[in-house]
Every structure is written in structure tokens, then in C-alpha cells.
Ligand binder design. Structure first.
Ligand code: URA
Length: 432
């Protein structure tokens, strides 16, 4: 192991057998964490080429189970987002795409951070079961076209160990390491094709579009290298997506979007990602044709009907799709108001995320429990003109002691200046 650390420290290329030996040895506890830490730091500085990265991905996948979705008819297309604030696209996209006949078998995670993950959000429907046996999961996708469940199999244990180590050794922010970490999990989940939403901006891992583009290219190369059609969009996460941040609040906004009444940025991103999914899944010849179909499936109510089917199939109270006021709520509200006239020139997604977590919507540690009704409704976003005293946001929580700190962090998320800021694109780049 010492020789291999030195080899990488000197900028040489590790071979596939060497990488296999390292990963297998680490998972089996034959190689100590301090040597893996040193190797991660060497990789952080020297990088890895495409051959090494693909070898690492294969070795990581081999460390655990892989999911076989071959029992589901059709081309299985998965979507993955690198994570952002107010990102409820999966809850909109899944039903939209499934309503057009593309099978959606999504294995999702719970979230650590500003809000829960897709699974936590779906638990806003009382009774919704996220634990499905693999047989049940496959049967449900074949019957109604969609299932969203938690991972029961031991997927990529090597990544769990490596990510935890990188987190405490200052070695997370390396493109090859992030790309192999994310893609190993996606590839082990069994989809035939993958659409990646790589976020950039103040609420994202990769703050600049250039860095996000680099990560997107690395992930697409891994997907293609391992025989999966992969497309990535680099999309904006400078400010939160949509107006709602928090679990039940985001479900309400996802339902509004499926009704054709959601915020423009969320709708537009769902159409862009959905079009990529539809083309990869063989449901449309071009992205333009796909968009027309997606718009039609919203207008006809078929996408919303698919959400009702999904909720009912997994034991949830589907009546709430049409009675959103009965979704989990909050006992305490407070309004954040503008202190001066002007325009919102910046709305820092990361800070909105922290404020939302402080209200109880997210997990600070794995053990934290989530307040499904907590969160933030944004009343102004970047570019909105405001007068002193106008509401900028409405904060919700079931624990009033949380309001002052959340309010103070949320205030710092807003910058108000004399002139409207330049418009940022929603999609910066497409990589295929
Ligand atoms: N998310 C992951 O799953 N892995 C990383 O390395 C970074 C973000």
C-alpha cells in the first residue's frame, strides 16, 4: 500500500488490479483508514485519468450488491441530481414520465441537510410506505409504471466508507472522486440510461458553471464507459428551485406543478430533464417532441393521476393530492420582511437551506427527526422588486423556539440593491 501511495503521489497511473486490490482491501479492513486517507489526498492533488476512474467505479460497484431491474419491461431511465435547495423535481418528473409510458423504478435516499430527501417528502402522505421488497417494487412498476422506494440492498459499501473518510480528511472536492462516488451508486441501481442534473451556484457542491461542467463531463464519461446512455444538464442552484423549501411544502409545490400551476423555474427544469429522459427511454425522437408530450400530459391531468396511483399503490392517502391543506402543516409562522426598497439582487440557496434545517425541515445528524410541516415559502426571488415592509418569505415550524435563529439566517440569504440583477440561465450546458 505504501508503494501505491507513493506511485500516486508521484503522479503515476494506478492499474486496474492495483485499484481492485486497494478497494477490496479497504472494505475487508486489511488496509487501514490512515493509508486510504493518504491515497485520497494524493488523488486529490494528482487526479485520476478516465481509465483509473472507470476502474475505481467498477471496483466500488463490486464491493456490494447490484440491483437487477431486468424484470421491468422497457428501457429504465433514472435521474439523479447532485443536490440542491428546494429540489422536488423527482416528485414531478416521475409521474410525468411514467404517464408517457417510460418505466420509473426509482431507488432514493433520505436526506441529510436542509430538507429531507425524496423519500422523506413522500412520507408527507400519511401511510406512504417506502420499504418495498424487490419483487413488489418490480411488480408495481410493471403494473402502474412507477415505484419510488428506499434502498434495501447493500449498494456500494465501499463508497459509504470512502465518503465518510473523505468528509473528514479534506478530500471531498475532487472531480474524479465525486464522479465515481455518485456514478457507482447510480450504476449499481440497475438503470439502462441516466439523466444527471448537475447543480451549480451558491447552493451546490460546484459553485461555478465551469467546475460543474467538469464534474458533469466526468460523470457522463463514466456512464458511457460502463455502457449506459448518459446525459447531463448543468443547472442553476444559485437560488432555491421554486418557492417552497421543506418537505410537505415541496410536495404541495410539486402537485401544483403537475396541475400546470407551479413556479416557472421548476416547471421549466422538469420539462428539460423530462425531455432528456423521454428521448433516452425511446418515448420521443427529439427533445422538442418530448417537451410537447410532457406539456400535454400535464394539461390533460394524466401526470397528476399518475401521482395519485403512486401514492395509493404504496399505501399513502392519495386523497391528499386533491386536499393539500390536509398535508402536514406547522403550528407557528413568521414573516420575514424587506428592510428597504429595491430589488432582490441575490438569494443565497445555501443559506436558505440552513434556515430551513434550523426550522426542523432537515436533519443535522442521521439521528435527527424531521418536522414534515416545517420550511420556508419564498415570496420574493432574485430580480423581484420590493418595498420596505414587503414580505420576502414565510417561515413555518412546529417548534417556536427555532424561529429567531432561522429568521436571522434567512435574512442573511437575501441581498437587496438598487438595480435588478442580470438574469442567470436555468440550464448552463448540456453534455452527452
Ligand atoms: N455526493 C456523493 O454521493 N459523493 C460525493 O463524493 C459527493 C457528493
Amino acid at each position: 500500500m505504501t508503494d501505491l501511495i507513493l506511485k500516486k503521489r508521484h503522479g503515476q497511473v494506478l492499474s486496474e488490479p492495483e485499484i481492485n486490490w486497494i478497494i477490496a482491501g479497504y472494505v475487508a479492513e486489511r488496509i487501514p483508514a490512515y493509508q486510504i486517507s493518504a491515497l485520497m489526498m494524493a488523488i486529490y492533488f494528482q487526479g485520476m485519468d478516465a481509465t483509473e476512474t472507470n476502474a475505481l467505479v467498477r471496483a466500488m460497484i463490486a464491493s456490494g450488491d447490484t440491483i437487477d431491474l431486468s424484470g421491468i419491461a422497457g428501457i429504465k431511465v433514472d435521474k439523479h441530481s447532485t443536490g440542491g435547495v428546494g429540489d422536488k423535481t423527482s416528485i414531478v418528473l416521475g409521474p410525468m414520465v411514467a404517464a408517457l409510458g417510460i418505466p420509473v423504478g426509482k431507488l432514493s435516499g433520505r436526506g441529510l441537510g436542509h430538507t429531507g430527501g425524496t423519500l422523506d417528502k413522500l412520507e408527507s402522505f400519511p401511510g406512504f410506505r417506502i420499504e418495498l421488497e424487490m419483487g413488489e417494487f418490480i411488480r408495481q412498476v410493471n403494473e402502474i409504471g412507477i415505484a419510488i422506494a428506499g434502498q434495501t440492498a447493500q449498494l456500494v459499501p465501499a463508497d459509504k466508507q470512502l465518503y465518510a473518510l473523505r468528509d473528514v480528511t479534506g478530500t471531498v472536492e475532487n472531480v474524479s472522486l465525486i464522479a465515481s462516488s455518485i456514478m457507482s451508486k447510480k450504476l449499481a441501481s440497475g438503470a439502462n440510461a441516466i439523466v444527471l442534473d448537475v447543480k451549480t451556484g451558491a447552493g451546490a457542491f460546484m459553485e461555478t458553471p465551469e467546475k460543474a461542467g467538469e464534474l458533469a463531463r466526468a460523470m457522463v464519461a463514466i456512464g458511457q464507459g460502463l455502457g449506459r446512455k448518459t446525459v447531463a444538464l448543468v443547472t442553476d442552484m444559485e437560488q432555491p428551485l421554486g418557492n417552497a423549501v421543506g418537505n410537505a411544502l415541496e410536495v404541495r409545490e410539486a402537485i401544483a406543478t403537475l396541475r400546470g400551476e407551479g413556479p416557472e423555474d421548476l416547471r421549466e427544469l422538469c420539462l428539460a430533464l423530462g425531455a432528456e429522459m423521454l428521448v433516452l427511454g425511446g418515448g420521443a425522437p427529439t427533445a422538442e417532441a418530448a417537451r410537447t408530450q410532457l406539456e400535454a400530459v400535464i394539461a390533460s391531468g394524466r401526470a397528476l393521476e399518475k401521482l395519485r396511483h403512486l401514492v395509493a399503490a404504496q399505501g399513502g392517502d392519495a386523497r391528499l393530492v386533491d386536499a393539500v391543506d390536509e398535508l402536514p402543516g406547522a403550528t407557528h409562522q413568521s414573516v420575514l420582511r424587506a428592510e428597504r426598497d429595491g430589488y432582490v439582487t441575490a438569494l443565497h440557496a445555501g443559506k436558505v437551506g440552513i434556515a430551513s434545517m434550523l426550522l426542523g425541515a432537515g436533519r443535522e445528524t442521521k439521528q435527527s427527526t424531521i418536522d414534515l410541516g416545517a420550511g420556508i415559502e419564498l415570496r420574493a426571488k432574485s430580480g423581484t422588486p420590493v418595498r420596505a415592509g414587503d414580505p420576502l418569505a414565510l417561515l413555518h415550524t412546529n417548534d417556536a423556539t427555532r424561529l429567531p435563529e432561522a429568521q436571522s439566517v434567512l435574512r442573511q440569504a437575501f441581498t437587496i440593491g438598487p438595480e435588478a440583477p442580470p438574469l442567470r440561465p436555468l440550464v448552463f450546458e448540456r453534455i452527452s
